[in-house]
Ligand binder design. Structure first.
Ligand code: 6GU
Length: 248
């Protein structure tokens, strides 16, 4: 997969050199290119913002640098290889695992993280005529810019790409993954030592009884989901939970 990011803070994307995403890049599974929006300005001050029409607080990102940047970055698009433009904005559709899976199936993502109050609306309108454009929010709070959301979305997408995670099974019981545990949060996990500060391991995990372990994990997942995300319980299919018990 190719990923382009156009930003006025290229250094904010440095974490894409680290850990899972950094390794995926080093292994050639992911081609990430970060671009400085100001390189598509032509005035001495590399101006990217201006005051909003109609008044109001803050500044708006000017359309011209974005237009030149996106024209150049997407110049190699073909009917067979179309980029999906991902526009981070608190006014976007909520980012979730289903959207991460969908984006992970695209050959090419272009992210346009904005600062200030956002980008002149005409930019989204213009590129929506040419490409699949997704305005996406990472949650119900306001950040100072879209760069941190890009880090979040790229990591969520990258770990779904073939070959990025060591073990293909690693996705299966993820919180929010599709399948029998869909809509349930993951329960608690344990490792050695078996005693730590007078705290032991739940008996069942030492029993070797896979059926009981699976049922216990499901019960823990349900209890945690009920406590932290009661909204998710309603979306849970009781029959598929029983399938999960039988599958183990
Ligand atoms: Cl994508 N951008 C900004 N600025 N704030 C946000 C967001 C995005 N998602 C949640 N808050």
């Amino acid at each position: 997969m190719r990923i382009d990011v156009v930003t006025i803070f290229p250094e904010y994307l440095e974490p894409l050199n680290v850990s899972l995403v950094g390794k995926a890049r080093a292994r050639g599974l992911l081609d990430v290119r970060v671009h400085d929006l100001r390189s598509w300005t032509h005035d001495r001050h590399h101006t990217v913002d201006d005051t909003p029409y109609g008044g109001g607080p803050g500044m708006v990102m000017k359309p011209e640098p974005w237009g030149e940047a996106l024209d150049e970055v997407t110049a190699s698009a073909t009917p067979e290889r179309q980029p999906v433009l991902v526009v981070p904005t608190p006014a976007g559709r909520p980012f979730d695992q289903a959207l991460a899976v969908e984006l992970s199936q695209a050959p090419w993502l272009v992210f346009t993280p904005a600062r200030y109050e956002g980008i002149d609306r005409r930019v989204v309108e213009e590129y929506a005529q040419r490409f699949d454009v997704r305005e996406v929010s990472i949650g119900d709070y306001v950040l100072a810019g879209g760069e941190a959301p890009v880090l979040v979305m790229v990591e969520a997408v990258a770990r779904l790409l073939p070959g990025v995670l060591g073990n293909a099974e690693s996705h299966r019981d993820d919180s929010f993954a599709a399948g029998p545990m869909a809509h349930l949060l993951e329960g608690p996990i344990y490792t050695k030592p078996p005693q730590w500060r007078d705290r032991g391991i739940p008996e069942v995990l030492l029993s070797g009884h896979h059926g009981r372990i699976a049922r216990w994990r499901r019960d823990q997942a349900l209890a945690r989901t009920a406590a932290n995300r009661p909204d998710l319980i309603a979306r849970c299919d009781p029959a598929s939970l029983d399938d999960h018990d039988r599958a183990e």
